[in-house]
Write a protein that binds this ligand. Structure first.
Ligand code: NAP
Length: 307
């Protein structure tokens, strides 16, 4: 029988990805939404999470498609009410919030899933297995997009906890931490903050690879040309080029795969498996790199940003 699910926050990602992915998976039944401003045809809506939790004890799972700042409070309420919880990325606005949620989920004996949708892009598993028996010499992440195009009017990304350019950049870091056969750590970073904003618009990061590879990342939100979400890897046995955020893979200039966007379908399939098997999945490694960038990063002034 399908697990009954409530989706919280009916905004951009809920409409673009969550609702279609839930509707096409027979393991899930969208029984309720929690939204202060919107609703989904044919689905009961509650204005508050408290109201939903009280009225619908039969709903076993809560999926949070809200910005990171209010997420801890919502997740904590749902976990304390004994519900399984699925967290949009980033799983919290700080590491300590995530550790606290992990402890609550364990205490309640429910599933907690920190989703990293980019890890579920079609070509990420292919690149991971290609890299498994190669030595990396150089890896370069280039994540350059136009913030006005992808985040029109979203003020929360510019507020503390919103992470600025790391909101998309953490997707690249979620792929990096998935494909590498070992851990790397950040050694230095430069973060460009617009004068009128609390979060960065661009970032450059350098990593220490214990195997000696040259590893770096460049994130920029001021990019109006070809939108670029690339990871290039040079190894002892060829070069890989992952592009379109993980949807396309070329090896030594030859196309290996150009997949389609199944990221959220794969996320809901994974959540169903976690709930069935009584497990959680809270890998925080992408968020650790972001927190390290805020800790180690040199602050550089940039032009004020206006939508
Ligand atoms: P959004 O459209 O700006 O906001 C989503 C919804 O969250 C809003 O419509 C609102 O829902 C609710 N919300 C906003 N502020 C809130 C607050 N202070 N308290 C409670 N609820 C609040 O954002 P989004 O683009 O969907 O992003 C949401 C999350 O998904 C972020 O963590 C983002 O990183 C992640 N994500 C986004 C994308 C994307 O392409 N946009 C892609 C992947 C992941 P109601 O009006 O219904 O209450």
């Amino acid at each position: 029988m399908a697990e009954k699910l409530a989706l919280v926050g009916i905004g951009k990602i809920a409409r673009d990805q969550h609702i279609p992915a839930i509707s096409s998976n027979s393991d899930w039944a969208l029984e309720a939404t929690v939204s202060r401003n919107a609703s989904v045809d044919g689905v009961e809506n509650f204005e508050t999470l408290d109201g939903m939790l009280e009225a619908r004890p039969d709903i076993t799972t809560v999926s949070l498609a809200i910005p990171p700042q209010p997420r801890f409070e919502y997740a904590a309420k749902a976990l304390k009410a004994g519900r399984h919880v699925m967290l949009e990325k980033p799983p919290g606005q700080s590491l300590a919030e995530c550790f606290a949620l992990e402890a609550m989920a364990e205490e309640q004996g429910v599933t907690l899933f920190a989703t990293w949708h980019s890890r579920y892009a079609d070509c990420v598993p292919d690149l991971k297995s290609w890299l498994a028996d190669r030595t990396i010499k150089r890896l370069k992440i280039t994540w350059k997009e136009d913030v006005r195009r992808w985040h029109p009017g979203q003020e929360w990304i510019w507020e503390p906890g919103g992470m600025g350019v790391f909101d998309p950049g953490i997707n690249a870091l979620s792929i990096l931490t998935e494909i590498l056969p070992y851990s790397v750590h950040l050694s230095e970073a430069a973060l460009e903050f617009p004068d009128n904003r609390a979060t960065p618009i661009a970032a450059n990061m350098t990593f220490v690879d214990p195997m000696g590879a040259d590893m770096s990342a460049e994130f920029d939100w001021r990019h109006e040309g070809l939108q670029t979400w690339n990871i290039e890897v040079e190894t002892d046995q060829g070069r890989a080029h992952l592009s379109l955020g993980g949807e396309k893979l070329e090896i030594d200039g030859e196309l290996v795969k150009h997949g389609s966007n199944n990221e959220y379908a794969n996320l809901y399939a994974r959540m169903a498996e976690l709930v069935k098997t009584g497990r959680s999945d809270m890998d925080l490694s992408p968020l650790i790199h972001v927190c390290d960038a805020f800790s180690l990063g040199r602050r550089v002034a940039a032009e004020p940003f206006h939508f």
